[in-house]
Design a protein around this ligand. Structure first.
Ligand code: NAD
Length: 424
């Protein structure tokens, strides 16, 4: 039996250090001036709010929440809301900066933002989570809106959270504002295909990356860390592509099968029990083994900093597709590159969610909805185009995929700054 896993520690740097180091590298490659670097490194706006919560037993607990808008030169802020016990301002700042680059890279007309509440949702009832969400939303309401900043789900939040956010915001406005959040349930203006969109995008580029390193996806092997909104869908879409998923983990433990797990049966087990642990179609393994399994592809789809200087040398996969944001630290990036492991960076690999969020916002603003097939086709087309563009840029300039993607994105944001000029 595996023990409950705490967050794997990235000892060398914080997630904000990693985000800033990536920007500094891109600024160096692009030859941008120190003033431009300084502007891009700082969030444009950030708010820290107190969230008094009346618990079901009548007591009051005060939680802390944040919303950071890193940049909105190319359009309204866009980024998820995370409910997690480890949320802090620096983490939200890093995630907001990555959203700026992700939106620019995929050429959706948004800037970057992120939000979070420091709370472990597992310790709260549904009614308490609703009160937390509504109070958080009303505290950040002056900053958000379909033309200002559009939240979406992230770790620990889901479409129900988005429905509560949309309702709270709409009640404050006196009319329904569908475009204020994305990742909503279909019944209140959500898009077909949004739920699986991040995973679908991860798998679309992971398959391209496997082919690029000479591995046929059909019959290739993979391991997935995290079995939430991103990891679970990634396992499902990988299996549909003929990739054998040998190992998966969640926060409670991991399971492995040498011939490949039956992903459909595993999903049924998770629906019934809430965890991959105890799945009869596999054997329990240590959670960390998922990252060092003897497979062609790993998809870290849980939290930041899980592949770090301490374990990067033991990664045996040829390709790492970053389902999570920031799962590979800066130090680990160097080790993986030296060992010939191709890392498909988060701002490219997991951008499918924001692409379909954009589609959802477009549909909500026009009150005209597309079919699932239309959404899927447009999503995959954009992901493959971005993959090809990043690969070409990396090859032409002799850069890693991460640095190439960051350079392309930073340059687009810089161009928007340049043409808009500095006010006043
Ligand atoms: P989620 O809350 O739905 O799922 C997280 C999963 O990770 C859960 O299965 C949890 O048990 C597991 N987990 C947590 N800590 C773990 C650990 N130490 N080891 C193994 N498993 C662990 O969250 P999500 O929405 O799937 O997000 C996962 C990652 O993907 C985050 O980095 C998030 O920012 C990123 N992301 C999400 C989306 C999206 O559309 N949801 C889009 C882009 C990026």
């Amino acid at each position: 039996m595996t023990a409950t896993l705490e967050r794997p520690v990235s000892t060398e740097t914080s997630v904000l250090d990693d985000a800033r180091a990536q920007l500094a590298q891109a600024v160096g490659v692009l030859g941008l001036s120190p003033d431009v670097h300084a502007m891009l490194a700082e969030p444009r706006r950030e708010v820290s709010v107190s969230i008094p919560l009346r618990r079901d037993d009548g007591s009051v607990e005060v939680l802390r929440g944040y919303r950071v808008q890193h940049n909105y030169s190319r359009g309204p802020g866009k980024g998820g809301v995370r409910f997690d016990a480890r949320v802090d301002l620096d983490e939200v700042r890093a995630l907001a900066m990555w959203m700026t680059w992700k939106c620019a890279l995929l050429d959706v007309p948004y800037g970057g933002a992120k939000g979070g509440v420091r709370v472990d949702p597992r310790g709260y009832s549904t009614a308490e989570l609703e009160r937390i969400t509504r109070r958080y939303t009303s505290e950040i309401a002056p900053l958000i809106g379909p033309n200002q900043d559009i939240p979406a789900p992230d770790v620990g939040t889901d479409e129900q959270t988005m429905a509560w956010m949309m309702d709270t915001y709409s009640v404050g406005r006196g009319h329904t504002v569908l475009g204020v959040v994305t990742g909503k349930p279909i019944s209140v203006g959500g898009s077909q295909g949004r739920a699986g969109s991040t995973s679908r995008g991860v798998v679309a580029v992971a398959v391209e990356a496997l082919r690029h390193v000479g591995i046929d996806p059909e019959g290739a092997t993979a391991a997935v860390q995290g079995f939430g909104k991103v990891g679970r869908g990634a396992a499902r879409f990988l299996a549909r592509e003929g990739v054998r998923v040998l190992a998966v983990s969640d926060v409670n433990g991991a399971v492995h099968h040498p011939d490949g797990l039956d992903v459909e049966a595993l999903e049924a087990h998770v629906d019934a029990t809430g965890s991959v642990v105890g799945f009869p179609g596999g054997t329990p393994v240590e959670s960390d083994e998922v990252l060092t399994a003897d497979v062609d592809l790993i998809v870290p789809a849980a939290v930041e900093g899980v592949i770090h200087a301490g374990n990067a040398a033991r990664v045996r996969a040829r390709v790492v597709a970053e389902g999570a944001n920031g799962p590979v630290t800066t130090a680990a990036d160097e080790v993986l590159a030296a060992n010939g492991v191709l890392v498909v960076p988060d701002i490219l690999a997991n951008a499918g969610g924001v692409v379909v969020s954009y589609f959802e916002w477009v549909q909500a603003n026009q009150s005209y909805w597309w079919s699932e097939a239309e959404v899927d086709e447009r999503l995959v087309e954009r992901m493959i185009r971005a993959w090809n563009d990043v690969l070409a840029y990396a090859t032409d300039n002799q850069l890693s995929l991460r640095l190439a993607a960051t350079c392309m994105a930073v340059e687009r944001v810089y161009r928007a700054h340049e043409v808009r000029g500095l006010y006043p």
